[in-house]
Design a protein around this ligand. Structure first.
Ligand code: 0X9
Ligand code: ZN
Length: 302
């Protein structure tokens, strides 16, 4: 079991995934999609209804590419808990689909933000003598470095020395490509600001299927608004937030051809990257309501 009254560390997250794979071995498989720079395993959990993966469609979710955004991995863990431990209420989400969740894509940065520097955002691989870390969400090879990404190693939005310079972004890229044709929905969790964002982040132009993505994101926002009153802004990254190229969401749609690609920026609860411990559970359960509504719509349409 896992509790949502603290921000769980890497080891506790790994132990929880391991526990689920043992307790629910017919429905859960935990794999490593690669190692971080500091050699932590990048865990992915595959959740099914027990019928196996066959060639089912996939919902792919990740969190924690940005180290300091602690509420995002917590929300991913809550999704995992609901799908696995509250299976009876959520089995309709697993009839024709398989979920693959990477709850902590940047464990080195996450641990560093707990132990050394609370506001750390990037990965941890050294770049120069003086500066370490690449912004994982500027490191994907789709219009890489064109806008909203720094070429300076010390910057928080450093694009990396080359596209896919980081083992963490390589691992997610490889996972996406291994799911070509099957993955219909890619959702990446961030914080903060209450946004449901979709491509493109590299241009103010919109993808040809933007209306389909907007429908899904809007269903998520509406479900949350109805449940708790929390409001989300829905729109393309460039048009409602800012232009920034090299994001995983743009790559998922533009290169891996996952048709529904959404970045969800969770709430701050008035405390930026530090929603109070007493608020974690209500934030992640509210987030789950939105994710569930989006998934239900994807499943019905694709
Ligand atoms: O800047 C980002 O990477 C995301 N915001 S955050 O505050 N969590 O850092 C937004 C990313 C939106 N997607 C793209 N720009 N591709
Ligand atoms: Zn982020």
């Amino acid at each position: 079991s896992i509790s949502f009254n603290v921000y769980q560390r890497y080891d506790a997250i790994a132990a929880y995934l391991e526990e689920l794979s043992k307790t629910y071995s017919s429905r859960v498989k935990v794999t490593s999609i690669g190692d971080s720079y500091e050699k932590r395993q990048l865990h992915a959990i595959t959740i099914t209804n027990g019928d196996g993966v066959a060639n089912k469609n996939v919902i792919l979710m990740d969190a924690g590419i940005h180290a300091r955004e602690w509420i995002a991995p917590a929300a991913a863990l809550y999704v995992i808990q609901q799908l696995v431990e509250n299976y009876e209420q959520n089995s309709h989400l697993l009839t024709n689909y398989v979920w693959i969740v990477v709850p902590l894509l940047n464990p080195d940065g996450y641990e560093y933000s707990h132990t050394r520097e609370r506001m750390w955002r990037k990965t941890r691989k050294p770049v120069t003598k003086f500066c370490a870390g690449t912004d994982g969400n500027r490191n994907f090879d789709f219009h890489w470095g064109e806008v909203g990404a720094s070429n300076s190693a010390c910057a928080d939005t450093f694009r990396g020395p080359t596209a896919f310079s980081e083992p963490e972004t390589q691992a997610l890229r490889n996972l996406m490509h291994s799911l070509t044709g099957r993955a219909k929905f890619y959702l990446t969790l961030h914080s903060y600001g209450n946004y449901l964002l979709y491509p493109w982040g590299y241009t103010s132009a919109l993808p040809e299927n933007w209306h389909d993505i907007d429908d899904i994101a809007s269903a998520g926002a509406a479900a949350i608004k109805t449940a708790t009153g929390t409001e989300y802004t829905v729109g393309s990254s460039t048009n409602v937030l800012y232009a920034a190229a090299g994001g995983s969401d743009d790559y998922a749609l533009g290169k891996a051809r996952i048709p529904i690609s959404i970045t969800m920026e969770l709430p701050s609860a008035g405390q930026q990257f530090d929603p109070p411990l007493s608020k974690i559970e209500e934030l992640v359960s509210e987030t789950w309501i939105g994710i569930k509504a989006m998934a239900e719509k994807v499943i019905e349409k694709y």
